[in-house]
Design a protein around this ligand. Structure first.
Ligand SMILES: [Zn+2]
Length: 178
């Protein structure tokens, strides 16, 4: 994680990344059974992590888990943005890790996930100018290509207003491990 954070910090001049090790409050990773799977409820985790971002003195907090994750609407989520704080994002690599055997797949997944977390534009389906190989694509088919692939902002996301400076920096992050 240190090496990944360093590389992603050095490849552009807007964002600085650092791995943080936090002792999660008791019950944070409590899993709730649903249809034979024990899911982490993203909303419960977000509630438990409330205030952590300020406590750590960071603008964004991004967490990865290998447990299956759900919220009150969707099961088997890859990404969940906290309703309480949209600068806190959780990712679940559950059932993806087996498909991430390629060279630097984990690094690429982390870079793409960070870009999604740092971008204000909402996630979208694929239609017309909204593309699948975009970090904001809502990957409901769970296709690993849109997790570890070489992503870029789609025309719709560019139009919805990612300012140029951020876009250049975020693109460098998505390109960093290619
Ligand atoms: Zn997009």
């Amino acid at each position: 994680m240190e090496a990944i954070a360093e590389k992603l910090t050095d490849c552009q001049n807007v964002y600085a990344f650092e791995p943080v090790y936090i002792i999660a409050p008791l019950g944070t990773w409590r899993r709730v059974p649903h249809k034979k799977k024990a899911y982490l409820n993203a909303e419960n985790v977000a509630e438990r992590l409330r205030g952590k971002r300020e406590e750590l003195g960071v603008d964004y907090l991004v967490a990865f888990t290998n447990l299956p994750m759900r919220d009150n609407k969707y099961t088997d989520l890859y990404a969940a943005v906290s309703d309480l704080d949209d600068k806190v994002t959780l990712f679940s690599t559950y059932e993806y890790l087996d498909y991430m055997a390629g060279e630097r797949a984990i690094e690429r997944m982390i870079a793409n996930a960070l870009v999604f977390s740092l971008t204000d534009v909402p996630s979208h389906s694929a239609r017309r100018t909204a593309r699948k190989d975009c970090p904001s694509y809502f990957n409901n088919e769970h296709d690993v290509r849109w997790v570890t692939g070489h992503l870029k902002f789609c025309p719709q996301c560019i139009k919805e207003g990612i300012d140029k400076k951020s876009r250049v920096a975020l693109t460098s992050i998505m390109d960093a491990f290619w």
